[in-house]
Design a protein around this ligand. Sequence first.
Ligand SMILES: O=P(O)(O)OC[C@H]1O[C@H](O[C@H]2O[C@H](CO)[C@@H](O)[C@H](O)[C@H]2O)[C@H](O)[C@@H](O)[C@@H]1O
Length: 343
Amino acid sequence: MTEPLVALGGRHIAICQKQLLKSLETGGEGARASACVDSARSSSPTQIKSTASPPETEEQSSWTLRYPSALEIFEHIISASKGKQIVMFLDYDGTLSPIVDDPDQAFMSKDMREAVRDVAAYFPTAIVSGRCRDKVYNFVRLAELYYAGSHGMDIKGPSKRRKWNKGNQAVIFQAATEFLPMINEVCKTLLNKTSSIPGAKVENNKFCISVHFRCVEEKRWAELTEQVKMVLSAYPKLKLSRGRKVLEIRPTIKWDKGKALEFLLESLGYANSSNVLPIYIGDDQTDEDAFKVLRDRGQGFGILVSRVAKETSATYSLQEPFEVKEFLRRLVLVERKRWLLQG
Ligand SMILES: O=P(O)(O)OC[C@H]1O[C@H](O[C@H]2O[C@H](CO)[C@@H](O)[C@H](O)[C@H]2O)[C@H](O)[C@@H](O)[C@@H]1O
């Protein structure tokens, strides 16, 4: 199992995750409870006005002790990757692009695109998103990546040739095609039922649907949730979960971002390999399925992007997309150096 590290005053100490959780029991519980209370509101602050970091609370520092910054323990990640092929999995919203009010305006920066392009030159790289695959492709626009849209239910290989693929443009996996008519029908009904709630937005993500409430007055959140639940009561084959100020509707099939990660590792020939180090970076509830898969495999690292303390199955953390970019850049620098040294 890949051993996590804890950063203490700049020093890094390998520590068993269970011991650490036990030693932090009191602080951990507090973090869990308040993370729950604050989830909808603070898991996704509407706008962050200042770039200055507020002083760290006790809760926050015990959380970063449990889930150290992937930038601080960077050298540990590098030594764990020696002799192994890193495979990079990246969520989109809140990971590569900052969270914004309008989902259609969630662009990634030019710098971030460059960082992802560089990473993909050295490591097989996949975007795993709740969005519909075409939409997330239009934001990222890199043909050398794998794309898993609709929370991993719609996977396509790179159209640009890399040494680990055959330039296969065909859709390589769709887990929920029989749900398409149902999703379209529910989408229409939801558009109609939520039209009286200002700010509500229904997004058709092909095999799933997002109902956004980021721009809805807080006093109407419950009403919107009730409307959605009412519509869904006629569709027992669809389930509801919650993301960052969004209600996510998905088929009840046993397929999620974790399954997509396993599917992609298998497609790359790493199903039972110990020579692989998968790294999954994500910020949202649906990314937890992928973090759990890595934890259960005892392989690789899940990195949660969050400014606030949250219960997670990830091993490490990063605070925001800017830090994700730094992490990707540093990985590329190290790999470039390795290649140069190998001649
Ligand atoms: O798996 P992801 O790539 O993280 O997608 C999850 C959802 O992300 C988008 O919504 C979130 O980002 C929006 C733009 O910043 C924001 O306005 C919204 O409040 C967030 O929940 C996307 O629009 C959804 O379809 C995805 O399911």
